[in-house]
Design a binder for this molecule. Structure first.
Ligand code: SF4
Length: 595
């Protein structure tokens, strides 16, 4: 029998296993609203772990609260596309309505309002999360209706269903999206060709990871299969946190059986028995649907022991929900989080294929990669390799948003020119820039629109944000700089300090107090972060500002106090009395100007 004590219930639900600490904290907070010191202490006591381990988890993740929050927690998505769609005015409207400041709780404890990083709704923003449930397409009217519902203390399931309707917005279909896969087809195809045959087809397909790094999936599976160890794991990285990316949301919403079959065939090839789908906290509203799909698959023996009657093919999947930490999209940070710890990236090597979850061989694949793997199992590696380009086979999903007529998900064979995507999205005439691959990606201008989406030209995990000539590109870069400062996990100094310095200097420029000195410093800090940061987040955190400076210089220059560096005082002149005292006026007694 379950206890009335929510902490005891949460701990029991996860078998009192500290590896599930992040999930236990999620459940405890869902029941209690926030995580007091007493609650954290009780979790630690029941799990028999030091309380500072619980504290380190609670303070690491943005969606865990060690101070009271409102009964209704409103988090307005703050990607640049949300800003372009007017999220700031809507935030202000809410704050005025409830007479609170951003981040505060109303005096009666009813509501708190804050901003959060991109919620993956850029095709239907501005958006927000209400108690972790997505509400897209915000307008003044919708904000007012929500405020009234909150004042009436209406439970979320009494709110109009329309408020929570999230569209797929699939605008262009290719092999993956054009027809739903017949359930079981990929698993049956894999069993028919056998484990070795499947691995061979995967290698023949040259399918590369769709998360951005582009490692060859067949080789990754083979390395995990060959790594020493009795237990292996498959992890689906559904932590789609790149601002401007939302195509995994569509795959998880409408193609969940394909995602799970992709995990199952990976398990078959590798010899894994256990899998995890790590769902970003912003997509928690999808969890019940995904759990239902897992249950359906178990009923028809597409999960569980002896899948489809195949002896030795035993595999099942658990869903773990993240808690608002972008860095957990990095695979080793994700594995730390899965093991109930703060999501800090590990030192690599060793790599997850040999030392992954609990130090055991683990395949970590992106949602889209696993879906593409089902295509390989069904149609064979050669057919898959026949699409796209030599080094980038198959199709790629793009999340297209920003200044275009048709924001949504587009599927293309690799090699599609940027100009084609703009044409299809209704942005060909006005596009002045496209940010590809999110804030850590590249900013492309019209002279580069003939470039192609492919690993060998413009690689991307899928985020494709379009900006018209009317946009102030400094504000775009400013939003990205704030994003990195917020999302730096703080583990290494170059990134922790560098992203904060970037933010301070960009704010100084925004306030009209900057000079050429700030620009030089921004470039210097970018170089330091690139060379010295521990993981990709810090290494790429200066890209946006440097790209924007090199391609949209006037947008910075019109904000600068002076475009050339002008020191506040003449230090050499100030040292003249000292030279008189010393009786020297030779060159060595003067300060040299640094070039
Ligand atoms: Fe954390 Fe940034 Fe260092 Fe990565 S680079 S480990 S995000 S502080």
């Amino acid at each position: 029998m379950r206890s009335d004590n929510p902490v005891a219930t949460a701990v029991e639900r996860y078998n009192s296993d500290p590896l599930n600490l992040v999930q236990i904290v999620h459940d405890a907070q869902a029941a209690l609203g926030w995580l007091s010191r007493e609650t954290q202490g009780e979790i630690a006591e029941r799990l028999k772990i030091p309380v500072n381990r619980v504290e380190s988890v609670v303070t690491f993740y943005s969606f865990f609260y060690d101070k009271p929050r409102g009964a209704y927690r409103l988090l307005i998505s703050d990607n640049i596309t949300d800003r372009m769609q007017g999220n700031q005015a809507l935030l202000e409207r809410l704050l005025v309505h409830f007479s609170i400041n951003r981040g505060e709780v109303s005096a009666d404890g009813l509501v708190s309002v804050d901003l959060t990083s991109c919620t993956g709704m850029c095709d239907q923003g501005p958006a927000m999360l209400v108690n972790n449930v997505a509400v897209p397409r915000l307008s003044e009217a919708r904000i007012d209706a929500i405020a009234n519902l909150i004042e009436a203390r209406a439970p979320l399931d009494h709110w109009p269903a329309e408020f929570f309707r999230v569209e797929d917005n699939v605008r262009r279909q290719g092999p993956l999206l054009q027809a739903p896969m017949t359930p079981g087809r990929a698993i049956d195809a894999a069993i028919a060709i056998g484990r070795e045959g499947l691995l061979n087809e995967m290698k023949r397909s040259n399918l590369r990871g769709r998360g951005g790094a582009g490692f060859t999936t067949g080789l990754k599976w083979e390395a995990a299969r060959n790594a020493p160890g009795a237990e292996r794991y498959i992890v689906c990285n559904a932590d789609e946190g790149e601002p401007g990316a939302f195509k995994d949301r569509v795959l998880l919403s409408s193609h969940a059986s394909r995602v799970f079959e992709g995990m199952s065939i990976a398990a078959y090839a590798v010899g894994a028995t256990r899998g995890f789908l790590y769902l970003r906290g912003e997509y928690e509203y999808l969890k019940s649907r995904l759990d239902a799909e897992l249950e359906r698959m178990r009923l028809v023996r597409r999960l569980g022991p002896a899948i489809r009657g195949c002896a030795g093919f035993d595999f099942d999947v658990e869903i773990h929900v993240g808690a608002g930490a972008y860095v957990c999209g990095e695979e080793t940070a994700l594995l730390e989080s899965l093991a109930g710890k703060p999501g800090r990236p590990r030192v690599r090597p060793p790599y997850p294929v040999t030392h992954g979850y609990l130090g055991r061989p683990t395949v970590v694949n992106n949602v889209e990669t696993l879906c593409q793997a089902t295509e390989v199992a069904i149609h064979g590696g050669a057919a898959f390799a026949g699409q796209g380009t030599k080094n980038s086979t198959g199709s790629k999903l793009l999340s297209v948003s920003g200044d275009c007529e048709q924001p949504g998900v587009y599927e293309y064979s690799f090699g599609v020119p940027i100009a084609q995507v703009l044409e299809d999205a209704g942005a060909a005439r006005d596009a002045a820039a496209v940010q590809i691959g999110g804030p850590s990606g590249v900013l492309m201008t019209p002279d580069q629109f003939t470039r192609r989406i492919a690993f060998e030209d413009v690689p991307t995990s899928g985020s494709f944000m379009i900006f018209s000539g009317q946009r102030d590109m400094f504000e775009v870069a400013r939003n990205f700089v704030h994003f990195f400062a917020h999302e730096s996990c703080g583990f290494c100094t170059p990134c922790r300090v560098g992203t904060s310095l970037q933010r301070e200097m960009v704010e100084k420029i925004a306030e009209g107090r900057g000079t050429r000195y700030e620009i030089n410093e921004l470039m210097r800090v970018r170089g330091l972060m690139r060379r010295m940061s521990h993981c990709g987040l810090g290494q790429m955190a200066g890209n946006a500002i440097s790209d924007c400076w090199s391609k949209f210089r006037p947008t910075f220059e019109r904000r600068l106090l002076a475009t050339e560096f002008a020191p506040a005082m003449d230090l050499d002149a100030a040292l003249a009395p000292a030279r008189v005292v010393m009786g020297r006026d030779d060159a060595g007694a003067h300060l040299k100007e640094e070039v």
